[in-house]
Ligand binder design. Structure first.
Ligand SMILES: [Zn+2]
Length: 59
């Protein structure tokens, strides 16, 4: 529970180009794919919305 409150790093895969990238699930600004520029994470005032495939939650 406490780890959820701090947020987690996620390994995600871009839906457009399959690039794998590590993102923070409480990002306060948009995170974009470093390869194709697709938005991977959108901030929603707290927990962010992940708009990519989540491969793994990193602890
Ligand atoms: Zn991409």
């Amino acid at each position: 529970m406490s780890s959820d409150r701090r947020g987690n790093f996620l390994k995600v895969k871009c839906l457009d180009c399959d690039n794998e990238q590590v993102v923070f699930d409480r990002a306060s600004s948009n995170v974009q794919c470093i390869i194709c520029g697709k938005t991977l994470v959108k901030p929603l005032g707290g927990k962010a919305k992940i708009t990519a495939h989540i491969d793994e939650v990193l602890k």
